[in-house]
Ligand binder design. Structure first.
Ligand SMILES: N[C@@H](CCC[C@H](N)C(=O)O)C(=O)O
Length: 281
């Protein structure tokens, strides 16, 4: 039997597996079976909680972070980064006394994209994600609709596409992945579609979005996707810094860009614990 915790950040849901010493034989097949919404637990991805020193990709950061976020997409593929995943991961560490929430500088977490730090404040967990790199123009195509977009590196790859005013966000069929340019995104891409939102108190800009995630399909929320959308919204507004409210089907995330970095914040909760019969998956 395998013990698990289930958590989510604005509806982007994860199976959390505690494997501090790296003894679990976690395979793409097991990840996909756990994430299966009919035959398994169901999730957009798996977060393995493993000591950085015990994971080959985390060992280099073991001096700075005790824990490595071993993130897997629902189809069993890896991703370099997951913004909502980090927030749920830190919620797990704090709930289980595995990290000090009052530590100066926040809770450090090693990821495939490097070290991030998170700060908890009640229901909200904010992560210093570093400044996203807005770097290229490209397109996404769905059937007859081709939408120009902007490539953004948040540790993982994103393509942010502003919809024409005549195409409502709700009208998109994201059951299948939008086609993208493999020359720009050789490792695949997460595609965000955006439309402007009404003014929101406390934010300089407001954007609504939906996302098709590499390896997980359409999800209710994507933290790095919101980060990418926030960075493009600020660029398009001619601003170097500011606060962007990003509304997704699963709720609101806030992106705050200052001279040094970019913060991603929003709720992160643990909702269930249990055991799963590995042999029955
Ligand atoms: N939902 C995540 C992103 C997860 C990884 C992504 N699917 C990829 O393959 O890059 C988030 O909250 O950032």
């Amino acid at each position: 039997m395998l013990a698990f915790t289930k958590g989510h950040g604005t509806g982007n849901d994860f199976v959390v597996l505690a494997d501090p010493d790296g003894q679990l034989d976690l395979t793409p097949g097991l990840v996909a079976a756990l994430c299966d919404r009919r035959r398994g637990i169901g999730a957009d991805g798996v977060l393995r909680v493993i000591r950085a020193a015990k994971h080959p990709e985390g060992a280099g950061l073991a001096g700075e972070a005790e824990w490595f976020m071993d993130y897997w997409n629902a189809d069993g593929s890896f991703a370099e980064m997951c913004g909502n995943g980090v927030r749920v991961f830190v919620r797990y560490l704090l709930t289980h006394g595995l990290a000090d929430g009052s530590a100066a500088g926040g809770v450090p977490v090693a990821t495939r994209a490097g070290l991030v730090r998170a700060v908890a404040d009640g229901d909200t967990i904010a992560v210093d994600m570093g400044t996203p790199r807005v770097y290229d123009a490209s397109t996404a195509t769905m059937g007859p609709l081709t939408v120009p977009g902007t490539a953004v590196d948040c540790g993982n790859p994103h393509l942010v596409c502003a919809l024409p005013a005549a195409v409502p966000l709700e009208s998109l069929d994201l059951h299948t992945a939008p086609a993208h340019d493999a020359a720009v995104f050789p490792a695949g891409v997460n595609v965000e579609f955006t439309t402007p939102g009404e003014p929101v108190d406390g934010a300089d800009l407001h954007v609504r979005m939906r996302v098709h995630e590499r390896g997980s399909g359409e999800t209710l929320s994507c933290g790095t996707g919101a980060l990418a959308v926030g960075a493009v919204a600020l660029r398009d507004a001619g601003r170097a810094t500011g606060v962007v409210a990003v509304d997704l089907p699963g709720g609101r995330l806030t992106v705050t860009v200052d001279e040094r970095t970019a913060w991603l914040s929003g709720p992160a909760v643990l909702v269930a614990t249990g055991t799963v019969d590995r042999a029955a998956l």
